[in-house]
Design a protein around this ligand. Sequence first.
Ligand code: NA7
Length: 549
Amino acid sequence: MISDKTQTTHLDAVIVGAGFAGMYMLHKLRNLGFSVRVLEAAHDVGGTWYWNRYPGARCDVPSMEYSYSFSDELQQEWNWTEVMAGQPEILEYAAEVADRFALRSDIQFDTKVSDVIYDEVSNHWRLTTDKGESIKARFCIMATGCLSVPNIPTIEGAANFKGAIYHTGEWPHEGVDFTGVTVGIIGTGSSGVQAIPLIAEQAQQLTVFQRTPNYTMPAHNKPLTNEFRRDAKSNYAEIRQRQRESQAGIVSYGFGLGGAETAKPTDSIMRTTKQQRMVLVDKKGFRAIHQFMDIDSDMNANEMACDMYREQLGRIVEEPKTAEGLMPRDYPIGCKRPVIDSNYYQTFNRSNVTLVDLRQGGIEKITQTGIRTAQGHFEFDALIYATGFDAMTGALLRMNIRGRDGVVLSDTWQAGPRTYLGLQISGFPNLFTITGPGSPSVLSNMMVSIEQHVDWIGNCISHMKQNHLQTIEATEQAVEQWIDHVNEVADGTMLTAPSCNSWYLGANIPGKPRIFMPYVGGVGAYREKCKEVANNNYEGFEFSGFGDH
Ligand code: NA7
């Protein structure tokens, strides 16, 4: 690393973000002999797990699988305590990785990147930070996360609220004690569904403002035994291989590896009678719907599964009006990101919890003391936004990223994100996105997808060094073809059903283009495609060598 007279630091690569993507990218590039620095807005490592500290924050992927595989020592020595790890444990794990691989010395914390400008003369990226620094690097790698920009909806009167205000994605590090406090919470996605049961246990009164009820499944989380850990660790090589070849990067080892629960559903719900379906609900509860293969492709089949779901929900929630209010309707199971919970519906049987089903009359304004809806005014001391994120593109678009000819990324992506393989954007040479839109990303176990992208980018940059290549850039034609393919595989699935409004489609942010962002083809098939592209001399990308400019 060198700094010139104007205090510009010169590097081979700069990485934005020190979550799990940025940490591994740093480790990789350092080991390959490149000079690297990571710029991170937070005060420490962990990315999404650094910020999302709300009560109940937990990963929905088994911990033995939501972890790095690149170091066997690490995976053998680290002991996860629960089937699905909670946020504090995942953050401890991130800190352990940072310590073990001495990552923090190359991470600059408390630093926000404002401008990311490509210099066509020198073929470098110049990044400017909120500290007024300037960093020049041949490669710029965006490890900015998919759910890192909190969405705070614009609601009239919001600034007038006199009590405490929180967002689940920016939770105070010291925690919040809601004892004796009346609380209002807006949002029933994963964050709301995880937080509500715990806040209800503490608060004097909790009022839940729900715009769209979710289909949520019980997590059945539990402590991991020594025996389970030993067994899984001795099978790690096989587990990791199977994860990489799978659809979503998850094999649910220990919940029936190769057994019934991980096998593909085979039955047709359309061939069942109502009575048979009810018997299944008696026996298996919400899990009854998992065995049907046609609910992902046939709307009528899906609606039958929704009926089974609502039947089970109605058996848990005692008060019929509240049960009805919690029932998802008018959109299919499988359209939104699956939510898993611990005692979510049971929480609505508590006397200190009130559901406000906004389908019966929406929010009109936030007042000094609460929320006015078309159904009346609800008062509380503290307001929680569990309103999600500007997903996948938010973090990239809030920086001023300019590629060739000064073109701004927000212009290139005006009609939605356009990438080749979710790795690169035409017109932005030597800029990579880890788990960017157009890759399996949020549809998969992020750890598996992160490792695959980091390995691919590391190999690509090494290849360029060995072959004295200066720039790599996705061609517009490759982007076009890849987007067509991304749309083609998403079409006809529940994810893109006309009645579906998910953050995968950008539908949670007013004015955001409605385009399905992640790649549905599966991590196994996607990995093969990326391998093939690299083996075919990086087909779809163009290189320039020294002297070409
Ligand atoms: P989500 O899944 O985007 O959920 C946000 C929730 O907030 C959802 O219920 C929204 O209702 C609701 N919301 C958003 N804006 C409003 C307004 N203006 N009024 C009322 N309700 C609103 O975010 P999460 O943080 O829960 O989860 C994000 C991901 O993190 C999750 O999928 C996991 O991958 C981890 P809507 O459904 O839009 O009607």
